[in-house]
Design a protein around this ligand. Structure first.
Ligand SMILES: [Zn+2]
Length: 558
């Protein structure tokens, strides 16, 4: 990268691409092509770092209008120009005569990803993708606009969520019904948006030469290493292995709450009516105790976290003028991670810092990799890095709590892992059905969903609320906005549970494997990343059964 280029000015960025295009033609040997790939890589990293910096500045200072302006300028004026230029470079690579002579082992993953990018492109899909994006935006706008009047105040549906944790049952029911009814009022609108999305997606698939959108989506998402049949065996394994545990947990909950029947508004409250856990008061304490947890786990990881503190790569406290939520981002040119969150002193914050630190360790582990595409892994493995860290870190929760509270936090975490599996299976199986039945009617769609709710819904009694149950999928954003992207979390959780199970046998070895796998970044196919971490890349019963058994045994002890 030349010095003093303003990456926010397209006229200064475009010549970099002109130069890369010209250089591609001049490469004749595989060595030269490798050098060219590194130049392209460097440019990509610098541009992504520019976007990251602007995004971080905006979310850390929502009260600085110039930060927002700078970010939007990049999104609106630079990114749309970048896409076709990046695509052109991908094409030049795919057509390059020296490509076939590159060392296979090193470039296998990069090569197949880049070829896929080029091969799926259809100019006639551009307007359809724009329409898909607009429909997604309509869904988000509609969902985000919904409010209810509760006790004289207007509240968003997100704000209403906290009442489901209230010990007062009639209050829970009232708030749950308000939200469910509000969504139901918009059912027609949600269905209409989705009908159109299915049509558009089916057409996109057809244009790209596929007979259904499921098969297209599997290619588009780069799922080289697993098939629809593997996902179906995940659904089956969840039904057979996880559902018995979920039913047991629901039965315990019902008994602890002293209820005849568990209703939809009884699922988030603490079953023993205890006040929320309070792991820390000041954010500095959270950081110091998290540091202590990493010190117990592994000196190298602890050193990485310490370095992030020293380099001010953490913005963790909740304050006015900060965007909500939490994320890990990276500065790909400097090759360092950044963690953003809004800690307020609840157990969820402890989970978040452990999770995002797992992502940050991944970023730190890939620093020596020069090919930018290999400094990040597919999401199925990125989430192994983060979810493993939740489970491994939870072994030392006594840094935050007395023993009974630490066990309570562990219990909640393991229960949430068990209950999310059936929801992931439901959302995934529903989409498999949708896109392999592209000409379905709304009543057929409803029947398919209700059947899945019976398969994966457990013992919750929905009597009197059947219309809400039949439309529960309206609230799952991924179904509308990121078709098929969801099972990744189930796949990753299976990996994380295996890392944790390994650490129960030999912690030092499990952590060594974990770090070795993180260091591979995205340079190997998924099965090899999993294998390096000491895990099987398999979603069927034989892999799932012992993991569920371990969780069940652990829950019995807590
Ligand atoms: Zn994550």
């Amino acid at each position: 990268m030349p010095q003093n280029v303003d990456l926010g000015v397209w006229d200064q960025v475009a010549p970099l691409f002109d130069r890369l295009e010209a250089e591609a033609a001049q490469c004749t040997t595989p060595k030269q092509l490798e050098g060219w790939l590194l130049n392209w890589s460097e440019g990509g990293a610098a541009l992504d770092e520019e976007a990251s910096k602007r995004y971080i500045a905006m979310t850390c200072h929502t009260d600085h209008p110039e930060a927002e302006k700078a970010y939007l300028h990049f999104v609106e004026n630079i990114e749309p120009c970048l896409k076709p230029r990046q695509f052109k470079l991908a094409q030049l690579y795919v057509q390059h005569p020296a490509r076939r002579q590159l060392p296979q082992d090193r470039y296998q993953v990069f090569d197949r990803d880049t070829q896929l990018h080029v091969e799926l492109f259809r100019p006639e899909n551009i307007p359809l993708e724009t329409e898909e994006a607009k429909l997604s935006q309509q869904y988000q706008k509609l969902s985000g606009s919904l409010t209810v009047r509760f006790r004289g105040e207007e509240k968003t549906l997100v704000q209403m969520g906290r009442y489901l944790e209230e010990p007062d049952r009639p209050l829970r029911q009232e708030s749950w019904e308000l939200v469910a009814n509000r969504r139901l009022q918009e059912a027609e609108e949600f269905e209409a948006i989705f009908d159109r999305l299915v049509q558009v997606r089916q057409q996109i698939a057809r244009n790209a030469g596929f007979d259904n959108y499921r098969d297209y989506a599997f290619r588009k998402l780069g799922r080289f290493d697993y098939s629809p049949a593997d996902c179906e065996s995940f659904h089956q394994a969840v039904q057979e292995e996880v559902m018995p545990v979920v039913r047991e947990l629901q039965k315990d909950r019902r008994r602890q709450l002293g209820l005849e029947k568990l209703r939809p508004w009884d699922l988030s409250v603490d079953p023993l009516n205890r006040p929320p856990l309070q792991p820390f008061e000041r954010v500095e304490d959270m950081v110091a105790r998290t540091q202590a947890i990493f010190a117990r786990l592994d000196p190298e990881l602890a050193g990485g976290f310490q370095q992030m503190r020293e380099l001010h790569l953490l913005d963790l406290d909740n304050r006015k003028g900060k965007a909500p939520g939490g994320y890990q981002s990276s500065l790909p040119e400097a090759r360092v991670p950044f963690i953003f969150m809004n800690a307020i002193g609840v157990q969820r914050d402890v989970e978040t810092i452990l999770h995002e630190s797992g992502h940050a360790f991944h970023t730190l582990c890939t620093r020596p990799e020069d090919l930018y595409a290999y400094r990040s892994a597919p999401i199925e493995f990125c989430e192994v890095a983060s979810m493993s860290m939740e489970l491994l870190g939870n072994e030392f929760l006594e840094q935050f709590y007395q023993a009974p509270e630490a066990n309570r936090a562990r219990r909640t975490h393991l229960e949430s892992i068990m209950t999310i599996f059936p929801w992931i299976a439901t959302v995934d199986a529903f989409q498999h059905w949708i896109y392999t039945h592209p000409n379905h009617t709304r009543p057929e769609r409803e029947a398919a969903w209700v059947e899945l709710m019976a398969r994966f819904g457990g013992e919750v009694d929905w009597q009197g609320y059947e219309p809400m149950r039949a439309r529960l999928w309206h609230r799952q954003l991924h179904i509308f906005i990121h078709a098929f992207y969801y099972i990744e979390y189930g796949i990753a959780q299976l990996g994380a549970l295996q890392v944790w199970a390994n650490s129960r046998r030999d912690r030092a070895n499990a952590l060594q494997n974990y770090k070795n796998a993180l260091k591979l970044g995205g340079s190997r196919p998924l099965p090899q990343l999993f294998a390096a971490a000491g895990c099987r890349f398999d979603f069927s019963r034989p892999t799932m059964a012992p993991l569920v058994r371990l969780v069940r045994e652990e829950l019995a002890k807590l």
